[in-house]
Design a binder for this molecule. Sequence first.
Ligand code: GTB
Length: 222
Amino acid sequence: MPLIITAFEDSPDRGQGLARDMPVRWALEEVGEPYEVRLVSFASLKAPAHRALQPFGQIPTYENGDLVLFESGAIVLHIAEHHAGLLPEDTGTRARAVMWMFAAISTIVPPIVQREFSEYIERDKSWYKARLPMLESLIRKRLEDLSRRLDDSEWLEQAFSAGDLLMIQVLRRLKGTGMLEEFPVLSAYVSRGEARPAFKRAFDAQLEVFNRKQRRQREGDS
Ligand code: GTB
């Protein structure tokens, strides 16, 4: 039985690879594990069949035989634990790579997601104009600290790991805000991640979902 992950049928970011199937795709590409993608509509996300896999009605999910997982971080960790290449062998260094996975998910991404939500949902609220700079200041604080820590290192620890994969994916969510560019160390770090062949394969695969849909729409219009 093939390993199956789920992703959006309609890419909300128009193929920029910012949704959370992207780190899962990237991890699978890094370790060379073949996978199939089941595309889901926004409506079917909330249907009982999908909720049986993902109780919150979200993507991504991971199905491998009897094992069903949700939460992109947990899926990436599972992939990294069962294949060589994304977690170091040495116990201490391995723990530090896992630590960076948690840092990405629990320290760096929350204000970034809050800012996105604020832009989508709170634009017409009275507090929006005061809240946005507050969130951006918190994001900058995190970026400053991360940038200082990374400094002139290539990766967060000695070698590229699942920690870098999640961190880079999280930082990619700042594209278009101009904030990443304020931190050249982090911009270069993200570019190094994006230059990895496995990243490119994952990115191209999700972009093709968007492009295919666009082509079909154009054919339907003509
Ligand atoms: N903690 C979960 C995980 O990491 O797996 C969060 C999963 C999640 O947020 N999934 C989102 C989802 O399914 C898609 S990725 N949302 C539908 C819903 O909740 O109803 C989040 C996302 C969406 C869109 C963009 N974008 O357009 O740039 C970026 C990221």
